[in-house]
Ligand binder design. Structure first.
Ligand SMILES: [Fe+2]
Ligand SMILES: [Fe+2]
Length: 138
């Protein structure tokens, strides 16, 4: 199972996609995950809410770029985003209400596994597609 610390250390080897915008956003995503794992109580809830807001923006930028470049797997990619964003919202809300145990397990075990797969498959395919389209270059 991938660990957030190792994913950040190994970012260039396993997760760098060669698209400046996506790479920067993904590093920030992993840093926010890492930050959240080190917090407890109200600070834990606050950092999950910060991660939720960042992820909302992260996904919306990718989806906008898919629309602009007529990315063929848009619907599938967006559905995967929505599933994860829904989970993140639910766990952030629970943590805000003081229920942190499940959120913590998900943050340490569920979310890194999701990112590992999503980055290596869907985001990697999107980055390759953007490289092949002029409007995709930013
Ligand atoms: Fe992404
Ligand atoms: Fe994505």
């Amino acid at each position: 199972m991938p660990k957030i610390d190792e994913m950040l250390c190994e970012f260039n080897t396993y997760y760098r996609l060669g698209d400046g915008n996506m790479d920067q956003t993904h590093i920030e995503f992993l840093q926010l995950c890492q930050e959240a794992t080190g917090e407890s109580g109200d600070q834990f809830a606050a950092s999950l809410n910060k991660l939720f807001e960042h992820t909302q923006q992260h996904f919306s930028v990718e989806e906008q770029r898919m629309i602009e470049t007529a990315f063929p797997s848009y619907a599938e990619h967006r559905a995967d985003h929505q599933r994860t964003l829904g989970e993140l919202e639910r766990f952030a809300r629970r943590a805000t209400a003081g229920k942190t145990a499940m959120a913590r397990i998900w943050l340490n075990e569920g979310l890194p596994g999701w990112f590992d797969l999503h980055a290596k498959t869907m985001d990697s395919a999107l980055a390759a597609h953007l490289k092949g389209t002029e409007v995709g270059q930013r």
